[in-house]
Design a protein. Structure first.
Length: 302
């Protein structure tokens, strides 16, 4: 056990799926995935305060989100307490900035941030491997956010292989004013095709730092299923591609976020082109090398 901390601030980044193939349905009801995820500098913020009692109390800047066990933040805290036998409680304040139901992994990132924050706040001293074991039990993408950066994730997303990437990449993200249910998107996936997309082009281009080739390697098997649910998303992707300013355009996760990979020195032009489509909120983001990250005590992100 380490000395507990009185207040922990944690930044929780969003992610983009640069490649997402669905390999089949598993016996546990989840789908087997092969995906390349990239952490980007769009953040939620957690403030974690330990309490002497056993309750876990969550407040959130987004009133539509539950603050009980219906929220993955609370479930992560309870899973950590069960894993360690810790009997302390906590107060967690969540500031939401990552759009919800947009395929950006905000909930999973918040869960990872909760594990990191409470590990410090409760003085548990769990190793990165031990935190990953808890994360895998909490949710499919949670383990990725403990390390962040660029990683190839398999299984249901819980097996994480960090990737070496040459240079940083810039993206412009468009989030329409509606979300997409992950459950509904997978439900519309239908019979899986016999062919399988390969991540080899993308992986090679990331290692070489080739933006044009990376744009060609972007892929998401869920696009057709999600576009059947929300046809306007197909139009957003096509309109972004037709601007001609992006090396490639792709949906992230099960949507509704659509992102474009920017060419060097054209980040601002790409952002302006996306904003001109008037298809939703526009974010200019960069790839980052980290996952959830503790901030100096008491300090928050502005």
């Amino acid at each position: 056990m380490k000395t507990p901390c009185s207040l922990i601030a944690v930044r929780c980044p969003a992610k983009l799926n640069l490649f997402l193939e669905v390999l089949g349905r598993r016996a546990d009801g989840y789908h087997e995935l092969d995906t390349v995820m990239q952490a980007v500098d769009l953040y939620d913020e957690l403030l974690v305060t330990p309490l002497d009692g056993e309750g876990v109390w969550l407040s959130c800047s987004e009133p539509s989100l539950p603050t009980d066990e219906g929220n993955v933040v609370v479930r992560a805290a309870l899973a950590l307490r069960e894993r360690t036998g810790c009997r302390r409680g906590a107060r967690v304040a969540l500031t939401k900035r990552i759009p919800m139901q947009a395929g950006l992994g905000g909930g999973s990132s918040d869960a990872a941030g909760t594990l990191v924050g409470l590990n410090a706040a409760w003085g548990l001293g769990l190793t990165a491997r031990e935190l990953c074991e808890v994360a895998a039990a909490v949710g499919s993408d949670v383990a990725f956010f403990l390390g962040g950066g660029t990683a190839r994730c398999t299984g249901r997303g819980e097996r994480v292989e960090p990737l070496d990437v040459k240079g940083g990449f810039h993206y412009v993200l468009v989030c329409p004013p509606f979300g997409v249910s992950t459950r509904e998107a997978y439900g519309r996936l239908g019979a899986l095709t016999s062919g399988r997309a390969s991540a080899s082009i993308l992986l090679g281009s990331l290692a070489a730092g080739s933006i044009e080739e990376a744009g060609l390697g972007l892929f998401n098997r869920l696009e057709d299923a999600t576009f059947a649910l929300r046809p306007e998303l197909r139009a957003v992707k096509e309109r972004m591609a037709h601007t001609g300013v992006f090396a490639g355009v792709c949906m992230t996760g099960s949507g509704s976020g659509i992102f474009g990979l920017c060419r060097p020195d054209e980040w601002e032009r790409s952002r302006e082109a996306a904003a001109g489509l008037r298809a939703g909120r526009v974010f200019a983001v960069r790839s980052i090398l980290r996952g959830v990250e503790r901030r100096p005590e008491g300090r928050t992100t502005k």
